[in-house]
Each structure stands twice: as C-alpha cells, then as structure tokens.
Write a protein that binds this ligand. Structure first.
Ligand SMILES: Cc1cc2nc3c(=O)[nH]c(=O)nc-3n(C[C@H](O)[C@H](O)[C@H](O)COP(=O)(O)OP(=O)(O)OC[C@H]3O[C@@H](n4cnc5c(N)ncnc54)[C@H](O)[C@@H]3O)c2cc1C
Length: 416
C-alpha cells in the first residue's frame, strides 16, 4: 500500500475515499455478480461490488481456459447490461448440435440425435472465451457512476432485519439494503448464513483446451457420450494461425484425466480423435494450455436469509455435460434484475422478505430441474452396461425423430 504524503494524513487507510451507502452490495465479481452489478446500475440502482481478487489479472489468457456456450436468454441479458458489445473477440454461433454415443476408438452408434437450423430460428448459443467475457465485464464495471468496484478487497457482512452493514478490511464501512452472495461454489456468505448445502460427486475431472482441426466445424457442436464421461467439442471463431478452431470439454475418471492431460501433443491429439466418434473434423492439433477441473454438483437448500440472496454458483453448481452452469447463473440474474428493477420503480425495500421469497420461487425449482436433468444424463450415459446403452441409444434416436420434442428441448436449453 502506498504511504500517504498529504500533510496531516498519516495513515493510508484515512486516504481512501469513503464508500457511500448503496441499495445492493454484491460480494463476488465473477461473471454472474459482475453482470448483475452492470444491469442494476444501468437502471439507476446504487450498487457496490466486492471481490477478494484483483479483476485485471483475470484477463490474462493463462487465468482461465474455459469457453462458455452462452444461450439466447443470457445473451440478451448481457446486451441489456451493456456487456455484450464490449466482447473483444468474435463469438462463434452454435447452429448445429450432434449428440452421439460410443466407446473410445470406435465409430459412434448409428442411433443419434441432431439439432439443426430447422429446430430454431436463431443459433442455439454463442461461444465466448472466459477471458473475453472478463475483459468486457471489467470495462463495463467501470463505466457506470452508480457502481462502486471494490477489488481486491475483503469484507465482513453483518445482516439485521433493518439493514446490512459491510465492513471492509481496510476500515471503511457502508450500509446496504440487500446483500447478494455471488461468491462462487465455496460461498462464505452462504456458510455464514448457515444455509445447508447438498453435494453430489461424479468421480470425474474435465480436461478443457482448444484444438485446431483440418476441416471447418461449420458452427456445429458435438456431445459424444463415452463410458468414462461425456466428450464435448464446441465451435470457436478461427484465428489467423488456426482458421478451424474448437474448444473441448473432455470428462474422464479422476486420476485418469490428469494423466491424459499431461500427454505429449501428438499422443494427446490421437486420444482426442479416438473420442470424437466420427472423422468430420479430420486431423486434430491441440492449441495452447490444457486445464483440468474436478467435477461435482451441489445445491443450496434455500437461496435466501435475512437481507441476503444467493446467485450463480453460490446457489447451485452442475455437471458441465450440457454447458449450462453459467447460463443457470445468468437466469438467476434475469429473474433477480427484473424483480429489483420493478421494486426500484415502486420504491419497495430491496431486503423485504416477500421480495426475497419471490426470487427463490422464480429460480430454485427450474434450477433443481436442470441439476436433476444433467445429473441423470451423466449417470445414464457414463456407463458401459449393454442394456442401458441400447435403451439410451433408442431414447436419443427417438427424440431425433420427433421434431416437436426436439424444438421443446432447444427452447428450454436456450432459456427462451
Ligand atoms: C470444466 C468446466 C466447464 C464449464 N463450461 C461451461 C459452459 O460451457 N457454459 C456454462 O454456462 N458454464 C460452464 N461452466 C460453469 C461456469 O464456469 C460457472 O457456472 C461460473 O463460473 C459461475 O460464475 P459465478 O460468477 O457464479 O462464480 P465464480 O465464477 O466462481 O466467481 C466467484 C467470484 O467470487 C469471488 N469470491 C469468492 N469468495 C469471495 C469472498 N469471500 N469475498 C469476495 N470475493 C469472493 C471470486 O474471486 C470470484 O471472482 C463450466 C464449469 C467447468 C468446471
């Protein structure tokens, strides 16, 4: 910390500007918390957002290897929050999704499910790199005078029926009508509130990286179910050096995944090709760093406490099998910003128990449904039992033959 030089000021703490009281204090400036902050501030709601991490270094390519498939509903939210147009890299639309089942090194089963342009009037989603989203969020966070960004900073929160007091560890104190916990899977605010958490373990780890390939992906994604876990290929916008580029999320058994991730490039590339179930992308070359993420699901038993709401991964974490984790968080924000903007217009108290209950009623049932669906999908597909294999192959082929059902799946996944 820089020592104060102003005469009469002896302590750097006293040199910090005071933080004004706000309507909403958001703890956690990940994609969910940061988007909520931008959306609310745009409507004239006073917001403070706190993150214990420095936000600038999160823009570095080595910080996070994830690429998100952002569905149509969440894309609209990012547009309304003035974030989408700040994305520094082109986002690739997903216009086809092929769902297949098989074993490594074998062609996919002839029973498959394919979502095509006929199933929807717009793309199923848009691929955006985590770091590109970070660049856009960092810029948007600093563009609104209603928004105070406190990062890196830590805070202690005291919540009472009449209001919340936030004490920053640098000594500054301010009040808020509502505190939103957007502090991720290990949410401290959730545990301090004594909200019980249920965890589901998969014994799987995801390998995430980019691949270049011989043939164009034509904006098509692949979800190939394998006995050890699903393998997903997601189309990315190409670069000058790699015109045909995709992201992969390869889920495999814990311990095994880490060994695969450490393989030399050429062997790793062959293992990827063995897991695609088809040869439509041709020869594959890994690009850049590889990341591994242990997979689990979890859900909070409730989303509310006195003047507190949980959003995003603080409320729910799901298997990335359907690429819906962040989308669920964004759907929380769509519902919450709608409720808070209406409350703001009507002069309602943001921490009123009825308002908190409205949020939970709008989000938790749909989130639990998505958690159950992704959990069932993973358990149903991540095994090698021949009877189950036949049943599920008939199931996916059945859905393929019913355009009405295909369209219903698509609308739900797109958040429309
Ligand atoms: C392998 C993998 C692939 C995925 N792929 C997809 C995908 O394709 N599509 C998709 O929609 N989702 C995907 N997800 C899920 C997605 O990454 C998460 O759902 C998303 O990051 C959640 O965002 P969040 O803002 O809620 O939490 P986080 O991103 O975890 O952010 C929490 C923030 O809170 C801060 N924080 C934590 N504790 C404190 C504290 N005490 N005080 C202050 N700040 C604090 C942290 O520094 C952090 O900035 C994937 C996940 C994995 C593991």
């Amino acid at each position: 910390m820089v020592a104060a030089t102003t005469p009469g000021v002896t302590n750097a703490r006293t040199a910090l500007p005071p933080v004004a009281d706000v309507d909403v204090c958001i703890v956690g400036a990940g994609p969910v918390g940061a988007t909520l902050a931008c959306r609310l501030a745009k409507e004239g709601i006073k917001v403070a957002i706190i993150d214990r991490a420095d936000l600038q270094p999160m823009e570095h390519p080595d910080f996070d290897g994830r690429a998100y498939a952002i569905a149509a509903g969440p894309k609209k939210l990012l547009e309304e929050a003035d974030v989408w147009d700040l994305l520094p890299l082109e986002s690739c639309p997903i216009e086809e999704i092929l769902v297949t089942d098989g074993r490594p090194g074998e062609p996919a089963s002839s029973l498959f499910l394919e979502f095509t342009r006929e199933d929807s009037t717009q793309p199923f989603g848009w691929m955006a790199e985590a770091r590109a989203l970070r660049v856009a969020l960092n810029e948007a966070l600093h563009a609104n005078p209603n928004l105070t960004v406190l990062a890196p900073a830590e805070a202690t929160v005291e919540r009472k029926p009449e209001g919340a007091t936030i004490r920053l560890h640098d000594g500054r104190v301010f009040q808020a009508a509502l505190v939103v916990a957007a502090d991720g899977r290990k949410s401290r605010l959730r545990s301090q509130a004594g909200i019980p958490l249920t965890k589901l373990s998969y014994g799987q780890t995801a390998i995430v990286c980019a691949i270049a390939h011989e043939f164009p992906h034509n904006n098509s994604a692949l979800e190939h179910f394998l006995p050890a876990g699903p393998f997903a290929q997601l189309p990315m916008a190409g670069t000058e050096s790699h015109p045909y580029l995709s992201a992969i999320v390869w889920s495999d058994k814990d311990g095994v995944a880490e060994r695969f991730a450490a393989l030399p490039d050429d062997v790793f590339a062959r293992e990827i090709e063995r897991r695609m179930g088809n040869t439509r992308l041709g020869k594959v070359t890994p690009v850049g760093r590889r990341w591994t993420y242990p997979l689990s699901a979890q859900y909070a038993q409730r989303y509310t406490d006195t003047r507190l709401l949980l959003v995003g991964d603080a409320a729910h974490g799901i298997h990335p099998i359907a690429g819906q984790g962040l989308n669920l968080g964004f759907r929380d924000i769509i519902a919450l910003s709608d409720i808070l903007i209406t409350a703001h217009q009507n002069g309602e108290d943001f921490g009123a128990p009825a308002l908190l209950a409205r949020y939970q009623a709008r989000c938790r049932p749909a989130n639990m449904l998505m958690l159950a669906a992704t959990d069932t999908l993973d358990r149903l597909f991540s095994n090698n039992n021949p009877v189950i294999r036949l049943a599920r192959d008939l199931g996916i082929a059945g859905v393929h033959r019913l355009p009405g059902l295909r369209k219903a799946f698509v609308r739900h996944a797109m958040g429309l």
